[in-house]
Design a protein. Structure first.
Length: 264
């Protein structure tokens, strides 16, 4: 029987597929940044929450660059995929390229590739939902924005599909205190704060991160300041699962797994 990791890309589960390569043409936002010391871990590598910050800020810079920041200011990230193929070590200059890999009128998947001048490589993809802040519901993007994003993808009827559906483990979780600095303008725990917890608990599975590895984070419901957040973990032979739960209600789920070296 064919092993899951050797299945053809179009039949394998999305968790087992490499992200799409940089397109040869179309609208690609290209920007350079310096790796700051605030984002490096004890081994002087770019931390996972630092990667999340870089791709979030690249999204804002991209909107500003295209003149779409005022008309499309509010987005929620439903899923983030981060493939650390070669660690990015400090000091480094970073090149971030961001483009659309799939779109529908109210949401899109945005790829962001991060290369460093010292050989590091991180590939990411986010499922971004355009929001109406007043109604807190998905909102249509403009025709101009839609047309610009389609220059790098033929997928124009993008649908949401949950990748991680494992149930909450029965074992008790570990309380994870929230801070006011973890809040965003929606009064929800911001995207980067989830990655603080992932970094904390993934440190106990260093065998999974010693080579190329993938993190996936899927958001289900908001977490608000004052709620009691517990992190539940479950380690298996093929990876580490993390559940963000409030009184047993799963608000987000994440997974860390090793990836094939050929994805580089």
């Amino acid at each position: 029987m064919m092993d899951q990791l050797t299945q053809p890309a179009d039949t394998a589960h999305p968790m087992l597929r490499p992200l799409a390569p940089v397109p040869s043409s179309g609208h690609i936002f290209d920007i350079r940044k310096r790796l700051g010391t605030v984002d490096m871990d004890e081994d002087q590598n770019l931390r996972i929450d630092g990667i999340a910050r870089h791709i979030q800020e690249a999204g804002v810079d991209h909107l500003r660059h295209t003149g779409a920041l005022e008309s499309h200011p509010h987005w929620i990230v439903r899923r983030t995929v981060i493939d650390v193929l070669r660690p990015i070590a400090w000091p480094a200059q970073l090149r971030l390229r961001r483009w659309c890999s799939g779109i529908s009128p109210r949401w899109c998947t945005m790829r962001c590739r991060i290369d460093s001048d010292n050989g590091g490589l991180v590939e990411t993809e986010g499922f971004w939902i355009h929001m109406n802040k007043e109604t807190m519901s998905p909102s249509r993007v403009s025709d101009e924005f839609f047309d610009m994003m389609t220059t790098t993808t033929s997928e124009q009827r993008l649908r949401w599909r949950q990748w991680i559906d494992a149930p909450l483990p029965a074992a008790d979780g570990t309380r994870f205190p929230l801070r006011r600095t973890d809040l965003d303008h929606f009064q929800h725990v911001n995207n980067t704060a989830y990655w603080h917890a992932i970094h904390e608990f993934a440190s106990e599975s260093a065998d999974l991160t010693k080579g190329p590895h993938r993190f996936v984070l899927e958001y289900n419901k908001p977490i608000r300041y004052g709620e009691h957040l517990d992190i539940h973990t479950e380690r298996g032979a093929d990876g580490l699962g993390l559940w963000f739960a409030v009184d047993g209600d799963v608000r987000a789920v994440a997974r860390l797994s090793a990836t094939p070296a050929r994805w580089e």
